[in-house]
Design a protein around this ligand. Structure first.
Ligand SMILES: *[C@@H]1O[C@H](CO)[C@@H](O)[C@H](O)[C@H]1NC(C)=O
Ligand SMILES: *[C@@H]1O[C@H](CO)[C@@H](O)[C@H](O)[C@H]1NC(C)=O
Ligand SMILES: *[C@@H]1O[C@H](CO)[C@@H](O)[C@H](O)[C@H]1NC(C)=O
Ligand SMILES: *[C@@H]1O[C@H](CO)[C@@H](O)[C@H](O)[C@H]1NC(C)=O
Ligand SMILES: *[C@@H]1O[C@H](CO)[C@@H](O)[C@H](O)[C@H]1NC(C)=O
Ligand SMILES: *[C@@H]1O[C@H](CO)[C@@H](O)[C@H](O)[C@H]1NC(C)=O
Length: 933
């Protein structure tokens, strides 16, 4: 006997493993991923089931059953990066950029991702120190942690990333000095001989720039240390970087002279040394033959006379020289000519006394304001003494098409289509031009973006740039970038994350004059497209499924046997209702259909010890938690507070009733917990929130006309079931948009039904009760007579339909939706003259077919006399026929075309149950009470 007890669980475990192997995802990876994403919010719609690899979860890619890519930028995700990440040991790419709601620290366990090649966490909410363990990611080539709130030092272990190409720690709160190796085993950034990018700007780094940081073995192209607190002089070793193109040391506390050796940097194109304490005469840059942009402003340079490299033709590409706020004196002598490429020389606020022009005409922008020369009479009116230029506005022009007027946050694309673009700020960290009115630069950026999106196969219709500005805090040149979708009016999850990935991972290479760039994207929340679900037609999946089912059957039999055996030996261990019997005066154990009993310890485990992070709703009744069962199934657990606890008999009545109600359009009860003085109800988790959240835009799920029709039909079918097929029938009594939940496929599920008062003394027709309900949805006849029938639900349903057509609350600014619709309605006019009250977003594009019939039906539901209103079955039938008229199969989202209502179980009386819930907008599950009879 004892041996068998030990053998059975072992067998089960083995079989479970067989079952999981039948899926295309490695079981360890699935477990790690489930744990990683367990408390994340706003996950992609198609993250359902237990086979991310086999069912192509958005943003996840696999190879040989192992997860190798998590590409999730721009998805509005919220959560933390937990240590569970370490088990995804084949991970090559991890990108969570542009999810401002991703917070917390980077776990040190990240160091175990030995195969990680690219790590991008750009513009999230991460904080705390960067763990030393990042230095163990030996295969890393791309590391972008910019625009977070990381603090502490730059870990010197980064020096161990021997093949790192891109290091971006910009825009954080890092402090301390830049680490270099000490020759005694301590690593430092000087060891990064494969790095082309050191982007460490906009932090709080201090101390001198170490002389040994740079040497001739390095291939650095971009050295960006701007906006820190670095001191000391510019290290002469900078001149050893023969490949360097951009140097930004601006906005630090560097002092002394600029080393003469910098003149060797033949590839240098942009050099920013402004806002330091540099002194001596202006350096000689005549050797930097590729120079385009020089900013030496706000230092203590004190040359007498301006050296000729500033304007003469020896540097053919130089467009811009900014020397303002120094102590330059003497004459600016342009009389022997100046180079054609010149766009701007800014010498404001110096001590220049003279300008020699000879026969030249000024055809570049010269700024001499606040110099002695501009204080002289007769000169101060010259253009070059006036205030500096402003950047002219720009916006990508349309492609020879008329601009449509778009509604509801949509924006017209350059191809004149209204859509929800993916939006962000695209900034050049070293823009090499100053002639901002020359729009050919913008056009070149637009073309290069489009060609990258095309090459990467991303469904982009067009891009537009607008709002050029020079950002004062960073000196970056910034444009607003809108990326428009090609197929529909919005991107789906894959569209957004792939487009964002191109920018977060620097796959897009801009024209040299814009390089290097950063992109900071907004989160995108207008996903469209139907989730693919886990339907998969490939043979692997089918074989997997068949094997799975077989194994499952064997498993089920074994579990049955096991339970029977266990029961015989220690009957209490698995009997869910032993605890019931131990509570005195609770009557017999409840008769449940399909619902499970859970122990308190299980509940605690599944909700992470009722963690704050798992809370999804709360109210007078207590709290609702999200939990995950060991199977991966997500549940919503309603835990009653002390005050809203019911007696055992009432609780039993409630779970018996709920467990009998099974319908696709009703939120179903998974189980309950009644132990240790706690009462909890475990419901299926409905991921997409309430219909009210969708209509008010809170959940970011956009409802087009067809979706609205389908939601109406789903809710009507759920109610029809309660009225006509549940036994005994149930009157909901609180139909409203916050009681309709939407699942993964946006199928409507009615919540908060059946909490109930058993009315034995009434006939089938109506019952007399104390009036309950929600203002705006309340049947006036019921209100006056206190006689409750199913038709009261029909009334509320009519109000709900008007809410769906108008996206207005039933009572808004003192106006009652029913009266408003009746007031403007005129059946002789187009769309019954309802344009002014309808939701404008369903009016644009194709005409909302069947809308007139829909509103007529809604108005029949809200007839004054109950007898004049249709039954819910009639309402459902009429909506079906409207949907057919639109040309859509009303059952297209269900697996079978014929709706099968499961017959409700025990009880043969026909007494209607009446919802006696409390009415509060309190999250997903309102209070449930049962009054004893
Ligand atoms: C540059 O520095 C690295 C690391 O300190 C060292 O390995 C390399 O030999 C140095 N190269 C030269 C030319 O000094
Ligand atoms: C330049 O700055 C350095 C350091 O601040 C200082 O020691 C030196 O005297 C200054 N030289 C001149 C010419 O002002
Ligand atoms: C610049 O300043 C230094 C120190 O104050 C001085 O010795 C030098 O003559 C100045 N040069 C010019 C051109 O004014
Ligand atoms: C300006 O340059 C011209 C040509 O090189 C020269 O003839 C003239 O003397 C210069 N003027 C001054 C004030 O240095
Ligand atoms: C883009 O830049 C503008 C102006 O600096 C700023 O107001 C806005 O918040 C930025 N947007 C993002 C997504 O960073
Ligand atoms: C997302 O959109 C792309 C292109 O528009 C399409 O190929 C893909 O099937 C869509 N994905 C889903 C899950 O709908």
């Amino acid at each position: 006997m004892e041996h068998q007890h030990k053998l059975f669980p072992l067998l089960l475990l083995l079989l479970f493993q067989v079952l999981i192997v039948a899926s295309q995802t490695d079981s360890g990876d699935f477990t790690a991923l489930s744990s990683l994403i367990q408390s994340w919010k706003n996950k992609p719609l198609n993250w359902v089931g237990s086979d991310p690899c086999g069912s192509d979860w958005d943003g996840i890619r696999c190879a040989n059953s192992r997860i190798i890519e998590l590409k999730l930028p721009g998805l509005n995700l919220e959560g933390e990066l937990s240590s569970a990440i370490q088990s995804l040991s084949e991970l090559d790419t991890l990108d969570l950029s542009y999810n401002a709601g991703m917070t917390g620290t980077i776990p040190k366990e990240i160091g175990n991702l030995k195969n990680l090649n690219s790590l991008a966490l750009v513009n999230c909410g991460f904080s705390g120190p960067i763990p030393d363990s990042i230095g163990s990611l030996k295969k890393l080539t791309f590391l972008a942690l910019n625009s977070n709130k990381f603090n502490g030092n730059i870990p010197r272990t980064l020096g161990n990333l021997a093949i790192l190409d891109w290091l971006d720690l910009d825009d954080n709160q890092l402090e301390g000095s830049i680490p270099v190796s000490d020759g005694q085993g301590q690593p430092g950034l000087d060891m990064l001989l494969k790095a082309q990018h050191f982007h460490l700007g906009n932090n709080k780094l201090s101390g001198p720039i170490p002389l040994t940081l740079f040497n001739s073995s390095m291939i650095l192209e971009h050295v960006l240390f701007d906006h820190n607190q670095l001191t000391g002089s510019i290290p002469s070793s900078l001149s050893l970087l023969s490949k360097v193109e951009v140097v930004r040391f601006d906005k630090n506390r560097l002092s002394g002279r600029v080393p003469n050796s910098l003149n060797n940097l033949e590839k240098l194109s942009e050099i920013y040394l402004s806002h330091n304490e540099l002194n001596g005469s202006l350096p000689d840059f005549t050797g930097m033959t590729r120079l385009t942009y020089v900013d030496l402003s706000d230092n203590n340079f004190n040359s007498s006379d301006i050296p000729s490299w500033v304007y003469a033709s020896s540097l053919p590409d130089l467009t811009t020289v900014i020397l303002k706020d120094n102590q330059l004196s003497g004459t600016l002598n342009l009389s022997s000519g100046y180079r054609r490429s010149l766009q701007l020389i800014d010498l404001q606020n110096n001590a220049i006394t003279d300008l020699e022009m000879g026969n030249q005409k000024l055809n570049f922008d010269l700024r001499l304001g606040q110099n002695k020369i501009c204080l002289e009479n007769g000169v101060s009116n010259e253009v070059y003494c006036k205030a500096p230029q402003v950047i002219p506005s720009y916006s990508t022009p349309t492609n020879n098409c008329p601009t449509p007027s778009c509604s509801n946050n949509q924006i017209a694309s350059p191809n004149c289509k209204c859509a929800f673009p993916y939006i962000g700020n695209l900034s050049s960290r070293a823009f090499s031009f100053s002639n901002y009115s020359n729009t050919s630069y913008y056009a070149e950026i637009e073309q290069s973006l489009m060609s990258t999106f095309r090459k990467e196969n991303i469904p982009v219709d067009s891009v537009s740039l607008s709002n050029p500005i020079k950002v004062t805090s960073t000196d970056n040149f910034q444009l607003t970038l809108n990326v428009f979708p090609s197929q529909a009016d919005r991107f789906n999850t894959t569209g957004v994350s792939t487009a964002a990935f191109v920018l977060s991972n620097q796959i897009y290479t801009p024209p040299a004059f814009f390089s290097p760039y950063i992109f900071i994207g907004l989160s995108y929340s207008y996903y469209g497209g139907e989730p693919k679900g886990s339907k998969s037609s490939n043979t692997g999946a089918i074989i997997g499924a068949v094997v799975g089912i077989l194994v499952f059957l064997v498993l089920a039999i074994l579990i049955g046997l096991y339970i029977i055996r266990k029961k015989r030996t220690r009957s209490s261990e698995l009997n869910p209702f032993v605890n019931w019997e131990q509570n005195k005066n609770s009557g017999a154990a409840p008769q449940l259909k399909g619902a499970r009993w859970f122990s308190f310890d299980e509940m605690r485990k599944y909700t992470n010890n009722f963690a704050e992070a798992n809370t999804i709703g709360s109210g007078g009744y207590g709290q609702v938690y999200q939990g995950a069962l060991p199977t991966g199934e997500l549940v919503a657990i309603k835990r009653a507070g002390k005050e809203s606890m019911q007696g055992a008999v009432e609780f039993k009545t409630e779970i018996e009733l709920l467990s009998r109600v099974h319908h696709k359009n009703l939120v179903s009860l998974v189980g309950f917990c009644y132990e240790k003085g706690e009462q909890m109800l475990v419901y299926e988790y409905v991921p997409n929130g309430t219909l009210m959240d969708s209509l008010t835009g809170k959940s970011g799920i956009w409802m087009d006309w067809i979706r609205r029709l389908k939601v109406t039909l789903g809710a009507a079918r759920g109610l029809t079931y309660l009225h006509e097929l549940a036994d005994p029938p149930i009157i909901h009594r609180d139909i409203k948009s916050s009681n309709i939940l939407l699942d993964n496929h946006l199928v409507a599920k009615v919540a908060d039904f059946g909490l109930s008062k058993l009315l034995v003394d009434s006939d089938r027709g109506h019952v007399t009760t104390q009036v309950k309900g929600t203002m705006g949805y309340l049947d006036p006849e019921y209100y006056m007579t206190q006689q409750l029938t199913e038709k009261s639900d029909v009334y509320s349903f009519g109000v709900l339909m008007l809410e769906l057509a108008t996206s207005r609350k039933p009572i808004e600014q003192g106006k009652y939706i029913v009266r408003e619709v009746m007031r403007v309605m005129d059946t002789s006019k187009d769309l019954y003259n309802l344009h002014s009250v309808l939701d404008q977003s369903i009016l644009k594009g194709t005409r909302p077919k069947g809308l007139e019939r829909y509103v007529e039906l809604a108005l029949r539901c809200v007839k004054e006399y109950a007898a004049d209103r249709p039954s819910m079955a009639e309402v459902a039938k009429e909506i079906e026929s409207i949907i057919e008229l639109v040309g859509v199969n009303p059952n297209s989202e269900s697996t079978s075309t014929t709706e099968t209502y499961e017959e409700a179980g025990a009880g043969n009386g026909k007494h209607p149950y009446v919802n006696d819930g409390e009415f509060e907008y309190s999250g997903m599950f309102p209070t449930i009470r049962v009054d004893p009879q």
